[in-house]
Ligand binder design. Structure first.
Ligand code: ADP
Length: 286
């Protein structure tokens, strides 16, 4: 589903002496089925922005559309359509079994047939790469931190949202869990025309999943485009350069030196091969 944000402004404590203008004239569009990364220093407004997207906060001014429908018209269904997974979601696990934790958002709401609950849990687990037949009866607290996070994300997928927003999903994950996270984002996107937004202050580990990158600074969206476009735009910005994806910057610098790195290539092995090929070609010319 397409997400379109038009001139979004948000003030905390609006109308009081403590009012703070923390989102300023933000406009962008994420086409259906794409993955957007939102990068920015701590306090730049990333979390406030995604809270506006799933209705946990309401714009002070401006409009947000999902497939051309203003989200104010969607009402209570918005939270089911747009799942927001908070930082360290595993801290919110509380049931005695993995199955009970994942299915909790269903059981606590409308009555679902047991068969439908089983099917939904199985599908959510397939997306996050967990085998429910193996871990369904285990206590979630006995799992590794990466597995716990996947259980928590499966719980967010149980209502089959069209849009998934992950706030700092990669924090404290080991390399295998990061790989699983990228795979999960890909599976979710492929399971329909579903759209993903990933908030992070460090994009390197999630880079393979991204179609688009936005950079926030002090409440403004200062760049939006492909990873290559954003790295090219901000590479000389002393303040923001340190938070840009290192591999994206490296690819951009190599391209500026006429080393042919495709703009969607953030695979270090392929970048290394392009450099080695270039060096061998230079040597054979001498
Ligand atoms: P980020 O996710 O990029 O770290 P946030 O959206 O959490 O940024 O915060 C943006 C700004 O809004 C920060 O200056 C923060 O201090 C302020 N802020 C966040 N929550 C509140 C709140 N409940 N009341 C007032 N100001 C807040």
């Amino acid at each position: 589903m397409e997400i379109r944000v038009e001139n979004l402004n948000y003030h905390y404590n609006n109308g009081t002496p403590f009012a703070r203008h923390v989102l300023r004239n933000i406009s962008f569009t994420v086409p259906s089925g794409k993955v957007l990364g939102i990068l920015g220093p701590i306090g730049s407004g990333k979390t406030t922005l995604v809270r506006n997207l799933n209705g946990l906060a309401s714009p002070t001014s401006g409009r947000i559309f999902i497939d051309n429908v203003n989200i104010t018209q969607i009402g209570h269904g918005l939270r089911k359509k747009v799942a927001l997974v908070f930082q360290q979601p595993e801290k919110q696990l509380f049931e005695e079994t993995v199955f009970a934790d994942i299915s909790f958002p269903l059981v606590s709401g409308v009555d679902f047939e047991e068969e439908d609950v089983n099917l939904r849990v199985r599908q959510a687990c397939a997306i996050v790469g967990l085998d429910i037949d193996v871990i369904g009866d285990q206590n979630p607290f006995d799992l590794s931190s990466g597995e716990k996070r996947r259980v928590a994300i499966a719980g967010a997928l149980i209502n089959r949202p069209d849009i998934l927003i992950l706030d700092e999903p990669a924090a404290n994950l080991d390399p295998p869990s990061l790989k699983a996270l990228n795979r999960m984002v890909d599976e979710f996107r492929k399971s329909g025309a579903r759209t993903v937004i990933i908030v992070s202050h460090d994009m390197d580990c999630i880079l393979p999943s991204l179609d688009l990158l936005a950079v926030m600074k002090a409440g403004e969206m200062v760049a939006f485009g492909s990873v290559s476009e954003v790295c090219a735009q901000l590479k000389d910005n002393n303040e923001l350069r340190p938070i840009l994806p290192t591999i994206g910057l490296l690819a951009e610098e190599l391209r500026a030196r006429n080393i042919p790195i495709p703009t969607n290539n953030f695979d270090l092995q392929l970048i290394k091969k392009a450099i080695m090929d270039m060096l061998s070609a230079e040597r054979s010319l001498k």
